[in-house]
Ligand binder design. Structure first.
Ligand SMILES: *Cc1c(COP(=O)(O)O)cnc(C)c1O
Ligand SMILES: [Zn+2]
Length: 342
């Protein structure tokens, strides 16, 4: 039995339910994502601003004081441009007129809040986070706000992207020669040192459930689960999180009984998940799906999308998400991205 306001963790491979120790691995060592199972089947929305109004579906017991959260609105002008009549945008950034208060200006801040809070509650040790920019900035900002230590590892060229709006005395920032993948390797090495622990990326249920508040805000604002969920992906964490949140909303019963179709994109020429998915493969084949990775990564416009080791084939990961939702991943060229931005 799970008591009210509580949760357990479930392995997506073996189905085993167990109490949260702060680990991101199955006690039986299955290579699979570990999910939260909340005792509250109906989503209670607390009378709070920001993401913490969904705290019953976040793996934390203490509620960090944050005003940041996703903000959903019905698009009119952009929708008209696209010829759509029911387009909703869930905005994750800073837009005071819309009460959008994510100061580091990306949804990574939604991931950082419960991840740092869970690590503090579970006494997991000091988190080590690798980033191409947005994750590092978000974790630095949130750790500073919570007065919690964090180690952030970024490629040297991402350094200008790391800033906070508050003094960040609890943040140790390390730069690495190379790209995002080199930062990930270095962070894994550092995380093995005493008192430090790898934050876990997509494997961390707190990160996914924090990100899942985007879907919760969308569905509660629209009144139903959307038909489609559109996102540019590098790791696919956002899409996996949206899928998991949708499954909870389906069990809730008040928002419809369908899962949203995942409409995802990667930036050509670095498109390992798009290649593997469009070839019908669960495994990313480095030789065919990301040949000349270093070169390809250096060419893309959206370098926050360049993850060489995404949670794609792993049980409960993006392949399963796309399969179950009837999803798709497109490859978008730089000139198309620039035109769309204009
Ligand atoms: C991290 C990031 C993405 C990619 O998200 P994933 O779900 O981790 O693949 C897309 N857009 C922005 C702005 C990001 O910061
Ligand atoms: Zn297991």
């Amino acid at each position: 039995m799970i008591s009210m306001g509580d949760y357990q963790i479930q392995c997506t491979a073996c189905g085993r339910l167990y109490p949260d120790t702060g680990s991101n691995e199955c006690p039986d060592r299955h290579a699979a994502l570990q999910r939260t199972v909340y005792s509250a089947q109906r989503l209670p929305c607390a009378d709070l601003t920001g993401m913490m109004r969904f705290y019953d579906w976040l793996p934390v017991h203490n509620r960090p004081v944050v005003t940041a959260g996703p903000v959903t609105y019905k698009s009119e002008v952009f929708a008209r441009e696209l010829g759509l009549s029911h387009l909703y945008v869930t905005f994750n950034g800073f837009w005071p007129e819309k009460a959008a208060a994510i100061k580091t200006c990306s949804f990574k801040e939604l991931e950082a809040v419960p991840t740092l809070a869970r690590a503090a509650e579970k006494k997991s040790g000091i988190l080590v986070v690798a980033s191409a920019g947005n994750t590092g900035r978000a974790f630095a900002q949130v750790a500073a706000g919570m007065n919690t230590p964090v180690v952030v590892v970024v490629p040297k060229k991402s350094l200008p992207r790391i800033w906070t709006t508050v003094p960040a005395d609890t943040v140790l920032l390390i730069t690495v020669e190379g790209d995002y993948s080199d930062a990930i390797s270095m962070s894994n090495y550092i995380a093995d040192l005493p008192h430090l622990t790898a934050e876990g990326g997509a494997k961390n249920c707190a990160r996914r459930d924090g990100m899942g508040t985007v879907m919760l805000d969308g569905a509660t604002t629209i009144g139903r689960i959307p038909d489609y969920y559109v996102q540019a992906v590098g790791s696919g964490t956002g899409a996996i999180a949206a899928w998991e949140a949708s499954q909870r909303l389906v069990r809730d019963g008040r928002f419809g009984h369908h899962l949203p179709r995942m409409v995802l994109s990667q930036n050509h020429p670095f498109i390992p998940m798009a290649n593997a998915w469009n070839a019908g493969r669960r495994e990313i084949d480095p030789m065919t799906d990301m040949a000349d990775a270093t070169q390809a990564i250096s060419e893309v416009y959206a370098d926050v999308l360049t993850n060489r080791n995404p949670p794609y084939g792993i049980t409960g990961g993006l392949f399963d998400c796309l399969t179950e939702t009837g999803g798709e991943i497109a490859a978008v060229r730089n000139d198309e991205a620039r035109r769309a931005q204009t």
